[in-house]
Design a protein around this ligand. Structure first.
Ligand SMILES: Nc1ncnc2c1ncn2[C@@H]1O[C@H](COP(=O)(O)OP(=O)(O)OP(=O)(O)O)[C@@H](O)[C@H]1O
Length: 299
């Protein structure tokens, strides 16, 4: 019999994630699966459960939670010979991965879409030894955002959360960074660098409008200035999808990026605080298979 594992973070989505477990089980059982439910209790549990699903040759793993739970789940897939298909029920504040794959943001609609016969192979990123699904940010802004707790983020919502970070940043100094990509080296003061795998970053679905989930590329944006004025005009560019033309932004694509700084700056990986610089980013092209609604199937 086919096996499916549900990995659920009870603390996610305003702490009501467990309410969705029964309906996910019903959809999977109706599709002929034997279902195992694993509740996370602490960080990295989702990774441990996903590794067990790979080793047990499960056909499908469904992550119920926010981008943090999804990030930990996909990290269980790294270097595994058997990688189950992934289903996503998005319950977080931002849900970039679901946005990029046009998985419904309404949990009940996302659960119904788990029935879809369509899948899409998508790229994952590799940061040093860990995997990421959406985005890595480095610089003074991610350093400021590291002070905002997960609880505050859920309470504030994504725009207020970014505003908090920018508020912290005004008056502080951008740190020198070295960014290597495509045989080029950029050196300068950089308050924010973003490497995106998908078009949706921080809930801005048009940040990287050219990014396809399976293009094998990192979409890099070096912000050279982030004074209040730049922040406002860059935010407008984010909403309009014209960031690449912004005068204070260098945009590029590459299959690798290396970032270093003499300052011990932290990073932000898929919306959570990541390791300090230096970091190396790579792309694992079309590394996992995700259940998607018909509209998001690859051509
Ligand atoms: N039982 C638990 N109690 C508290 N935290 C948990 C538990 N299980 C997992 N976690 C941690 O909760 C973190 C946040 O999870 P996740 O991002 O999925 O939810 P969220 O906070 O609702 O979403 P968002 O961050 O988008 O608002 C994860 O990084 C995970 O390590």
């Amino acid at each position: 019999m086919k096996q499916a594992m549900i990995i659920v973070n009870p603390s996610s989505g305003k702490a009501n994630a467990l309410e969705y477990v029964n309906s996910v089980s019903e959809v999977l059982e109706a599709a002929g699966y034997r279902v195992k439910v694993e509740e996370t209790a602490e960080p990295l549990d989702a990774t441990r459960y996903c590794i067990a699903a790979c080793e047990g040759r499960y056909e499908t793993v469904v992550s119920i939670g926010g981008d943090g739970t999804l990030h930990e789940t996909i990290n269980g897939l790294v270097d595994r010979e058997h990688r189950p298909r992934l289903g996503v029920v998005p319950l977080g504040t931002v849900n970039d991965f679901a946005r990029a794959l046009r998985i419904p943001l309404d949990p009940d609609e996302a659960i119904a879409a788990l029935n879809s016969p369509h899948t899409r192979r998508v790229d994952l990123g590799r940061l040093n030894e860990e995997l990421f699904a959406n985005v890595v940010a480095a610089g003074t802004l991610p350093e400021s955002l590291a002070q905002v707790t997960s609880e505050e983020k859920s309470r504030l919502g994504v725009f207020a959360y970014l505003k908090e970070g920018v508020k912290e940043l005004v008056g502080s100094h951008a740190q020198p960074m070295t960014i290597r990509y495509n045989d080029q080296v950029w050196e300068g003061e950089c308050p924010l660098f973003i490497a995106a795998l998908t078009n949706s970053v921080g809930g801005f679905e048009r940040l990287a409008p050219g990014a396809e989930v399976d293009d094998g590329l990192l979409h890099g944006y070096i912000f050279k200035d982030l004074s209040l004025f730049t922040t406002m005009t860059a935010s407008l560019s984010l909403l309009l999808g014209s960031l690449e033309e912004h005068k204070d932004v260098i945009a590029f694509t590459s299959d690798y990026v290396e970032i270093d700084s003499p300052s011990a700056l932290r990073t932000n990986v898929d919306g959570e605080t990541g390791p300090p610089l230096p970091i190396r980013l790579r792309v694992l092209p079309r590394h996992i298979e995700v259940i998607v609604p018909a509209a998001a199937e690859e051509a």
